[in-house]
Design a protein around this ligand. Structure first.
Ligand code: HEC
Length: 185
């Protein structure tokens, strides 16, 4: 290897494009951080919460130790590649959760992918000791979400013109008779 070779035209363009992207990414990140630090209200609001009981704490530990985090996420633990279970306690009660962990096929209400009978990958969950399934169900039932958040079952409390408009636009009229409006409960 002798003298350093000058960059070819194509390489210059390629590195140039990469440099522009990198620069923009750094700039965007810096702007976001400045806005975040200056803003009076939190710009990333957390709409999920948890207040764990003693059994819930045990369930939370088991949730990690029994590899639920390989496919799920809750309280900032686990993977984004599966179902996020934050807020599930606002949609399902402890009996349903225990039932699902024990007999998924019966409770899920649709064909399951991973929970259920062997050789499905999460079949082992139903074989965990009863006390562990119970503690995990308690833990999950304590993961709550606010009305109207992405993980909540029910829309926000106040009337929403946006939701009314979307329903008018997308829902076939016969749904009004077929289904109950969860906002009227
Ligand atoms: C191999 C991946 C995998 C593992 C491991 C796993 N799950 Fe799941 N889980 C799923 C999938 C996929 C679903 C959706 C139902 C289905 O298709 O089985 C699901 C659904 C659920 C649901 C119902 C969610 C809803 O909105 O109805 C709960 C609760 C749940 N899992 C809890 C657990 C717990 C607790 C563990 C650990 C003991 C666990 N899962 C381990 C993949 C997994």
């Amino acid at each position: 290897m002798g003298k350093k070779q000058p960059l070819k035209q194509g390489e210059k363009i390629l590195f140039g494009i990469f440099g522009v992207f990198l620069g923009l990414a750094v700039l965007a990140y810096a702007i976001l951080e400045i806005v975040r630090l200056k803003s009076e209200e939190p710009i990333f609001q957390s709409r999920t919460s948890y207040a764990l009981s003693e059994e819930g704490k045990l369930g939370s530990k088991l949730f990690r130790e029994r590899r639920c985090t390989a496919c799920h996420r809750a309280m900032r633990n686990g993977t984004n590649m599966g179902l996020n279970l934050d807020g599930i306690g606002s949609r399902k009660n402890v009996d349903w959760l225990y039932g699902f962990l024990s007999e998924p096929e019966k409770y899920y209400g649709a064909p399951t992918l991973d929970h259920g009978y062997r050789p499905k990958e999460a079949a082992y969950v139903a074989d965990l000791p009863e006390s562990e399934r119970r503690a995990i169900a308690v833990f999950l039932s304590e993961l709550k979400s606010e009305r109207g958040s992405a993980s909540a079952w029910v829309p926000p409390e106040d009337d929403s013109g946006f939701i009314d408009k979307m329903i008018r636009l997308w829902a076939p009229p016969e749904w009004a008779e077929k289904y109950e409006d969860v906002r009227e409960k």
